[in-house]
Ligand binder design. Sequence first.
Ligand code: PRP
Ligand code: URA
Length: 209
Amino acid sequence: MSGVHIIEHPLVLHKLGILRDKRTGTKEFRELVHELSILLGYEATRDLALADTTVETPLGTANCKTLEGKKLGVIPILRAGLGMVDGITSLLPAAKVGHIGLYRDPETLTPVDYYSKLPADVSERDIIIVDPMLATGGSAIAAVNVCKREGCKHIKLCNIIAAPEGIKAVREAHPDVDIYVACIDERLNEHGYIVPGLGDAGDRLFGTK
Ligand code: PRP
Ligand code: URA
């Protein structure tokens, strides 16, 4: 059963507080996005299939588990999603990485599609789409649409902060997509920014403002 998973781990909540702080600079912001991605990725991979195996230790035979070896794909929504890729791929080193380029039109808040490059065998892979912010949900819905158009059947979404409006929109458009998020904030403001949020994730990550 798919749904919304709020990751309220103490380490996540501690790091999220520092990430939100307007005094946190680019270097630390980037490090925190990386660390939070590992913690969220840990939860988003909780249901990976395992197979039984045995291992010879120096003292005997241990009954162990091994990942069944499902093919995985990590897809950041450019730009800010890039900050989450290394964290997730440190957990899943064999995952292939695709990129989807979208930006929000500042007037209409609708996503504008400018780039897409996915692994050739993306339809055979379980996909984790990453983006720190889920605001109106327009970008996430568009990214899931791209993946589904390419034949992907198992898609998860990993965000750091979401607005209730974005969660609702994604759930309505794609009820089969599980969402993993550290916090659902109060609301969107009139410019489509999450309140209290953390500001513009791309600008804070790349130091562009
Ligand atoms: C931000 C963010 C999401 C999107 C969320 O990207 O990283 O992709 O906004 O908003 P939505 O849920 O209302 O679609 P932005 O469009 O600012 O582009 P950038 O990452 O290139 O700065
Ligand atoms: N994108 C961001 O980077 N921040 C928001 O609050 C909303 C969209």
